[in-house]
Design a binder for this molecule. Structure first.
Ligand SMILES: [Zn+2]
Length: 292
């Protein structure tokens, strides 16, 4: 890797090619899901996909105006006004971009951890986890409130650190690709996964995070890199035997899967409609009774 890389050029390329790259990855993931499907889907895809499309369009319509003044634009403003920790240094752009992407990944790891350990935040994030199936579209099943909170946390991080706008643009493309790949309904072969899991949140590691078992859910919080899970002791290896034995989703919604988008949006605001993230208070099997 060279620090003389044209970071600005690649950042602009990542923006102009965002949709073509994302679509290409979607096609590859789709082909892999057809030929290497991990587990047969339980529900008709149209039921889930239509809900996920609805939630995604809502997020795009409502949050795009906010995104226009956050993310890249906010980072450009902060950099030009010498705001943030990076402005106190004379680090070259290449170092700031690499550190910026790493720190953005850490911010997303930390916020994902919080989503699983705060009752209020879990009420939103549980919408992502109560999908009874796991395929690329699960990556688009988010409550709009979660997307808003994540945007706010990311914006605060951008201002505190003074991230270069190039790192934001590159990170947006990376997580768009990773969102599709990590939710893909296929399992990487063990020898390959063993190596890749050392540095990357593979589909194997993320599938385990979507297990209906609490110890699995409360691990593997990383978005891009497994580094943070290793560092903070939240990594659970995804062994082949575990991956074939788990069921994805939430135990409390197994009997009555929810895929009506309006009901999904209302769920966090309905009393007793979502579980407490505290394992002691959730009607889940305790670790002693795990099968994996
Ligand atoms: Zn989660």
């Amino acid at each position: 890797m060279t620090l003389n890389w044209d970071w600005t050029g690649w950042a602009l390329w990542s923006t102009s090619h965002f949709w073509s790259v994302t679509l290409t990855v979607l096609i590859i993931v789709g082909i892999l899901e057809v030929f290497r499907e991990a587990q047969p889907l339980l529900l008709p895809v149209w039921q889930r996909w239509s809900a996920h499309v609805f939630l995604t369009i809502l997020i795009q319509l409502c949050l795009n105006p906010l995104r226009a003044i956050s993310g890249h634009a906010l980072a450009a403003w902060a950099t030009s006004h010498q705001i943030g920790l990076f402005s106190l240094t004379s680090l070259p752009l290449g170092i700031r971009c690499i550190l910026g992407i790493l720190l953005l990944d850490l911010i997303h790891y930390a916020s994902h951890f919080l989503y699983h350990h705060s009752s209020w935040l879990w009420s939103f994030h549980s919408i992502h986890h109560n999908d009874e199936d796991f395929d690329w579209s699960t990556g688009y099943r988010f409550h709009i409130s979660e997307s808003l909170v994540t945007l706010m946390i990311e914006s605060i991080g951008v201002l505190i650190i003074g991230l270069p706008p190039e790192s934001i643009l590159l990170f947006v493309l990376l997580i768009s690709i990773q969102n599709l790949v990590s939710h893909a309904d296929f399992i990487l072969p063990t020898p390959l996964a063993r190596w890749l899991d050392c540095i990357w949140i593979s589909p194997n590691l993320h599938r385990l995070h979507h297990s209906d078992q609490i110890p699995h859910q409360q691990s593997n919080y990383g978005i891009l890199l497994s580094l943070w899970d290793r560092l903070f002791g939240t990594l659970t290896p995804a062994t082949p035997s575990t991956l074939v034995s788990i069921r994805v989703g939430l135990t409390e919604t197994h009997p009555h899967p929810i895929n009506n988008p309006l009901r999904l949006l209302a769920l966090p605001f309905l009393r007793h409609s979502h579980p407490d993230p505290n394992p002691d208070q959730r009607p889940y099997p305790q670790p002693d009774s795990q099968t994996s």
